[in-house]
Design a protein around this ligand. Structure first.
Ligand SMILES: [Zn+2]
Length: 372
């Protein structure tokens, strides 16, 4: 019986490999033939053909020129991700709002809903999320699309090993058994029982860039999100790096000043007390918060030396000059050390939707767990 299990695992890895190759920017434009997929994946042509047959039938892929029936099934006919049949839903639970998006398999945003968070207790928040998600699911059904999975981004440290939300200081949540809570809330709305994945919202934001906007499997990427909370999503070696308790990238609570201002987490002098949104909103010139964002970006850069640095979140949308100040500060640090060119910082491709779109990308990212 073990052989059967191994064969299923191998099949799953190979399927993920093919889907990954077809989500690369170049393949989105022109598609890849079975022969090209075999070459790029290292699989035999017959294995690729069998896998592609399943993926076409299940609605993952589409084939060739829709007007040319005769071209289908040939080794040279290009295959593409099918953007018309399967859809994903991404949810961002923010400190003061809930955002839900329906997206295609390549990250095109199809529908969105956004509401203030009406009650921050975990069970009430889950009820509101479920109701809004069921609404987006209805929108997708009207488009004739089938829901494949739901991802949820939360403003705190999520421990993937236990499925518990260990710490969300800005919501006042500690050690919440979140996955059963949200799954039951979805079930009560009558939604289909699809896979549900949860992760920190800075991590999901990083996946919006990594899986959809900048799908370069050889890259490392750090996404710094600046809102009420400040956090970083870190992708290393093709995987999210979340740490032992899911706290990796909690840079909002890295301490910039010993004995500084009181932070929501209980410590003093955390980065959030310098450029968290509640602090920025009280400043005469919020762009000056960018000096501290630049300092944090510099420290992340010296620690990880990532291929790509992205900044996003509501503060970067509200105070774009803060990003300019941060980029200049980072460049000045690099210049002082004689390192040229200075690392580039770019803003989030999906803007304010990054965490929600990335939560949808989390579904694909987690299903690729065995790839690599
Ligand atoms: Zn703190």
């Amino acid at each position: 019986m073990k052989n059967t299990g191994d064969q299923q695992l191998v099949k799953r890895i190979n399927r993920s490999l093919i889907l990954r190759l077809l989500r690369k920017p170049a393949a989105l434009q022109t598609g890849l033939s079975r022969a090209q997929l075999a070459k790029a994946s290292g699989l035999t042509k017959s294995t690729v053909s069998l896998l592609v047959l399943d993926l076409l039938q299940e609605g993952w892929l589409m084939e060739g020129d829709l007007s040319n029936e005769a071209s289908r099934g040939r080794p040279s006919t290009p295959l593409r991700m099918d953007t018309t049949r399967k859809a994903l839903i991404g949810v961002e639970v923010a400190v003061d709002s809930v955002r839900v998006v329906g997206v295609s398999l390549i990250g095109s945003v199809l529908c969105t809903r956004n509401e203030p968070l009406t009650n921050a207790s975990p069970s009430d928040a889950c009820k509101q999320v479920a109701k809004m998600t069921a609404g987006v699911h209805k929108d997708l059904l009207k488009r004739g699309m089938q829901l494949h999975g739901v991802g949820v981004g939360v403003p705190g440290a999520f421990d993937t090993a236990t499925g518990r939300l260990s710490f969300a200081p800005n919501l006042g949540w500690r050690d919440i058994d979140f996955v059963p809570l949200i799954t039951k809330a979805f079930a009560r709305t009558g939604m289909p029982a699809v896979p549900v994945f949860v992760q920190n919202e800075a991590d999901t934001s990083a996946l919006s860039e990594y899986e959809f906007a900048n799908n370069n499997a050889n890259d490392s990427l750090i996404f710094v999100t600046c809102g009420v909370g400040v956090g970083a999503g870190i992708v290393l070696n093709d995987r999210l790096f979340t740490g032992v308790q899911g706290m990796a990238g909690e840079i909002g609570h890295s301490i910039l000043q010993i004995g500084g201002a009181q932070c929501s987490c209980g410590r003093r002098g955390c980065a959030e007390t310098f450029f968290g949104e509640r602090v920025l909103s009280k400043m005469d010139d919020p762009s000056m918060g960018g000096k501290y964002l630049g300092l944090v970006l510099h420290n992340l850069w010296t620690t990880f030396n990532p291929g790509t640095l992205v900044v996003g979140g509501s503060s970067c949308v509200r105070y774009p000059s803060m990003v300019d100040v941060a980029s200049k500060a980072l460049a000045a640090y690099a210049n002082s050390a004689g390192i040229t060119p200075a690392p580039k910082v770019r803003t989030a491709s999906y803007g304010i939707l990054a965490a929600a779109v990335g939560a949808a990308a989390l579904v694909l990212h987690q299903e690729q767990l065995f790839f690599k």
